[in-house]
Design a protein. Structure first.
Length: 321
């Protein structure tokens, strides 16, 4: 297995991820080398190994093997080897740097809907279809990887927690002595007040993710201050004009689509109106999942069903028209 420092793909929880090559098969892989100086790295490694040992789903990043031992200097060495995702992370596609930006890096409206469904499928599986429910605890764009077809795969389970079945129906309103880590802007607000881990914490992060995907704004954007956040910004546009919240990249795509499809002014207005309704429905899902109170949040299964319905409607306007 060969790894070069120039092949750094990114930095995740507890370590760095590199592009590597397996000797025997010459397969390109992603290798997460854990930083032994990082606090909690051993627990994170064990947690990720335990989670990945128990789960199998098309929308989860596949772990090919693990390494645990000592390096040439006798220091503790731990690594996880994943299947390589050629289109990088969702974060890179949503917020590309100047060197990363290409026409291929831009995500279309339908691609974003598909990815949101992929992530919802992964969470629905973890929350409702595992032997013991699993809470990811760090859902964010950089932990969602895209393959050749831009299918979304949820990865980085270093902070994941198993949820005993007896606690599965409880909402996150109980105190916990366990400190929950996560990423600022995506972590559920109740965790900061000592509430116990719950599936609704992941739902909150999913809601923020959906809003970020379709507004193009990070939850840490500079415009969010003095009590304004991504949730309230998006919610406010639902009563006025939802296009005010939509990513300009998507608005440009819709305008170009409208020009190709337009036959009459009436046809144009109808096409835009239908797509606008779909966008409003998506924003409503993001808002409904990211309410401050866990009890008010939509279940991930319901969010998945609604997103699949929206995709079905969009296919009529984008593909057939």
């Amino acid at each position: 297995m060969w790894i070069l420092s120039t092949n750094l793909l990114g930095v995740g929880n507890f370590g760095s991820v590199y592009r590597g090559l397996l000797d025997q098969t010459q397969s390109v892989v992603a290798i997460k080398i854990l930083d032994r100086t990082c606090d909690g790295v051993s627990k994170g490694f064990i947690a990720e190994c335990e989670v990945m040992r128990r789960i199998r789903h098309r929308n989860l990043v596949k772990v090919l093997t693990t390494c645990s031992g000592f390096d040439f200097n006798g220091n503790d060495f731990k690594a996880l080897v994943y299947e390589f995702m050629s289109n990088g992370s969702l974060d890179e596609s949503l917020h590309p740097t100047a060197s990363q930006y290409t026409d291929r890096s831009k995500l279309t409206l339908l691609e974003r809907v598909n990815i949101s469904i992929d992530v919802a499928c992964a969470l629905d599986y973890l929350h409702h279809h595992c032997e013991m429910p699993i809470v990811h605890c760090d859902l964010k764009p950089s932990n969602i990887l895209l393959d050749d077809e831009k299918t979304g795969h949820l990865g980085d389970f270093g902070l994941a927690r198993f949820l005993p079945k007896a606690m599965h129906k409880l909402l996150a309103n109980q105190s916990s002595s366990i400190k929950v880590k996560g990423s600022f802007g995506y972590i559920a607000p109740e965790y900061g007040m000592g509430s116990a881990v719950s599936t609704q914490g992941d739902v909150y992060s999913f809601g923020v993710l959906i809003l970020e995907m379709f507004t193009g704004k990070r939850p840490t954007d500079d415009i969010f201050e003095n009590g304004l956040d991504l949730h309230h910004f998006a919610e406010a546009t639902l009563t006025n004009r939802v296009e005010k919240a939509i990513d300009p990249v998507l608005l440009q795509e819709i305008e170009e689509l409208d020009k190709r499809q337009r036959v009459t002014p009436e046809g144009k207005n109808k096409s835009w109106s239908n797509i606008q309704d779909c966008l409003a429905s998506i924003i409503k899902i993001g808002v409904a999942c990211s309410f401050e109170s866990p009890r008010e949040r939509m279940d991930i299964g319901d969010a998945l069903t609604k997103l699949q319905g929206i995709r079905k409607k969009l296919l009529n306007f984008i593909v057939i028209a």
